[in-house]
Design a protein around this ligand. Structure first.
Ligand code: NAP
Length: 280
């Protein structure tokens, strides 16, 4: 059996072993997947160890995703663009870094009937996840994307790195959110507001009242399953989806890289969802 794992610090909370082992079994693949706590200062020694111990690859979560970028022999286009690696394959001693978050969120949006093509989108947040989201929204043909962030400078930087022509950086005030919401058919929350264990909540959700009817509200957060943002959006009759789909699809794309083969994504997603339902 070939070894895979997720590294992080902390890593105990990670749902990756549960999802990956369920999919590995269902697909009849010859892998075993576990979780390994690796301190942020030990990314490079871990890479050497993973090669020595015969790992076929690993996923990475906080705090390794950025450090891995400069340690890879080769980087996928997304990993290079996001400056972040969440999937590493080790083939004949060489390391290949990928980032499956962007494809994962795009697939999850489509699955939730929120295809961004032709839509005006309001993105909340400008951190690491937002960069993958915004890049893929533009690639998928979103008409305009407004990136609202508490620290406006970070939103500006993100927009200038992706596609300044179709992106607008803005602040996070009620007035600004209302203004962009009134022009949007899709809102994607990439902030940590409302996440279990994180500090902060949306204090004012009135911008949701400005959204056009039939709009979608997608929250990257999956714990809790329904954040206050999604609760309010649902009350107002908007379409809603949480981040579970993104978590699942980024895992499916990672497993395809490890196995170097295309999998039946829909079947794999069903397997992962069932495993998660039993746990969550
Ligand atoms: P990050 O880089 O730390 O970014 C956090 C973002 O939240 C920043 O835009 C930050 O604004 C904003 N923020 C934090 N506290 C705030 C507050 N009190 N008021 C307004 N804005 C605030 O984190 P990340 O890696 O991008 O992750 C963001 C979220 O996405 C997390 O909840 C994470 O769990 C989720 N996520 C989910 C998946 C999935 O598979 N579903 C994958 C990746 C991430 P500033 O720039 O002003 O600090």
């Amino acid at each position: 059996m070939r070894k895979l794992c997720v590294i992080g610090d902390p890593v105990e909370h990670s749902l990756s072993p549960l999802i990956q082992n369920a999919m590995i079994e269902a697909a009849g693949l010859d892998f075993i997947y576990d979780a390994r706590r690796v301190a942020g200062s030990d990314t490079a020694p871990w890479l050497a160890q993973a090669k020595n111990e015969g790992y076929a690859g690993f996923n990475a979560t906080m705090p390794h995703k950025e450090t891995l970028v400069r340690l890879m022999d080769e980087l996928s286009a997304d990993a290079a663009q996001f400056r972040s690696v969440n999937t590493v394959c080790i083939r004949n001693g060489r390391t290949y870094g990928y980032n499956t978050d962007g494809d994962g969120v795009l697939q999850a949006l489509r699955e939730a009937d929120m295809d961004p093509e032709g839509r005006c989108v309001l993105v909340l947040g400008a951190g690491g996840a937002a960069k993958a989201v915004v890049t893929k929204l533009v690639e998928a043909g979103a008409r305009n994307v407004a990136v609202a962030n508490r620290t406006v400078e970070r939103a500006r930087q993100l927009c200038s790195q992706v596609d300044a022509l179709r992106l607008t950086a803005c602040d996070f005030s009620r007035e600004t959110l209302c203004c962009y919401a009134s022009k949007s058919q899709l809102v994607v929350n990439c902030t940590s507001l409302g996440m279990t264990g994180a500090r902060g909540q949306f204090e004012d959700l009135s911008f949701l009242e400005e959204l056009k009817s039939g709009a979608g509200v997608f929250d990257l957060i999956y714990s809790p399953a329904r954040t206050r943002l999604l609760e309010r959006a649902g009350e107002l009759g908007h379409k809603t989806a949480n981040g579970l789909g993104m978590l699942i699809w980024q895992a499916i794309f990672a497993l395809e890289h490890f196995a170097d083969t295309e999998l039946d994504g829909v079947a794999m997603a069903a397997v992962a969802r069932k495993a998660l339902e039993e746990r969550l």
